[in-house]
Design a protein around this ligand. Structure first.
Ligand code: SF4
Length: 320
């Protein structure tokens, strides 16, 4: 099989310009994208930079974008892509600074962020005399599931916050935090939640669920972030703005059956927070200019709103 590749290229250094190199490679029918990259490097271009380690889809080291979709280059077969004709585009994953070609900077992307969340267990001293602490299977299953994260970065790649704010700690690091928060052997829950409630932490997730969609291990990073927030509320650890946001959201849906976005923005900032409200003006002006401004006093009750209110009441009663 013959396949044509268009590979992202960039030399190290802030001033270097990104470009593309094209290659035509002869490959066996069962070849993967990393087989192609290895062949290109061996036979055509020894300067091509990319990563790969286990070559069996276990380590996540070779994560790249292939024809616009993130995946492991060792697991994506070339044949179906080549059959479509044209060039197969291989690029570094999104949201990550590039060191060279397909090699991304995992330190700033992931490891530095994981450092922030205190990535070690603080034993609670509940071990029995023989040093064992028995944990319920169900509880341990959740811990184990989080431990199966192999830092492939796909959740951060799919994250919709990181492209606009690279300082956001990101779903991969938050998944690591969740691993300790759901472990009953850990006694640093309050401290961890205080770290996570800082700006750029768990509250910055917009729960778009892209992280969960992207995770190949079904660890459900988004659901874990939502659980962490609930945990924070239960521990009385609430960033005030977020608490106001939650209340406004719930009140809006309870009262009208749908979300009043204008009111949500204003109430989240706080009615007496003049500085915060002023900050909303440029966004509001843009929304008005595009005909997308939600006008709070025009927000009407939807048909069926009473039913929705009853559902909320029931859910709240169950929660209590
Ligand atoms: S949570 Fe899933 S997608 Fe994110 S780094 Fe871990 S294994 Fe990869």
């Amino acid at each position: 099989m013959q396949a044509n590749f268009s590979v992202y290229r960039k030399e190290p250094g802030a001033g270097s310009k990104a470009g593309r190199s094209t290659y035509t490679v002869e490959l066996p029918e069962d070849a993967t994208v990393i087989d192609a990259l290895l062949k290109i490097r061996d036979e055509q271009d020894p300067t091509l930079g990319f990563r790969g380690s286990c070559l069996h889809g276990y380590c996540g080291d070779c994560t790249v974008r292939i024809n616009g979709k993130a995946g492991f280059s060792c697991a994506v077969k070339v044949a179906p892509l080549a059959a479509k004709g044209g060039e197969i585009a291989v690029e570094p994953i999104r949201n990550m600074p590039v060191i060279k070609d397909l090699i991304s900077d995992w330190d700033t992307f992931l490891w530095d962020k994981i450092d922030v969340i205190k990535p070690w267990l603080e034993p609670n001293g509940a071990a029995s005399l023989d040093g064992e602490e028995l944990i319920d299977d169900k509880v341990m299953a959740k811990v184990r599931q989080a431990m199966s994260c192999f830092y492939c970065g796909l959740c951060d790649e799919g994250c919709t916050v990181l492209p606009v704010d690279f300082k956001f700690v990101g779903p991969a690091a938050l998944t690591k935090a969740s691993r300790f928060l759901c472990d009953p052997r850990d006694h640093a829950t309050a401290e961890r939640l205080r770290i996570l409630e800082r700006p750029k932490g768990m509250w910055d997730c917009v729960h778009c669920f892209e992280a969960s969609e992207h995770c190949p291990r079904e660890i459900a990073p988004t659901e874990r972030i939502i659980e962490m927030r609930d945990m924070a509320f239960k521990h009385g650890i609430t960033n005030e703005k977020v608490a106001r946001h939650h209340h406004s959201f719930a009140n809006s849906v309870r009262n009208s059956g749908w979300l009043d976005e204008g009111r949500l923005a204003i109430e989240s900032e706080g009615l007496t927070n003049i500085k915060g409200l002023m900050k909303l003006l440029p966004t509001a002006a843009k929304a008005v200019a595009r005909g997308k401004a939600p006008i709070p006093f025009l927000h009407h009750k939807r048909p069926g709103a009473d039913k929705i209110a009853r559902i909320i009441e029931k859910a709240e009663a169950k929660e209590k």
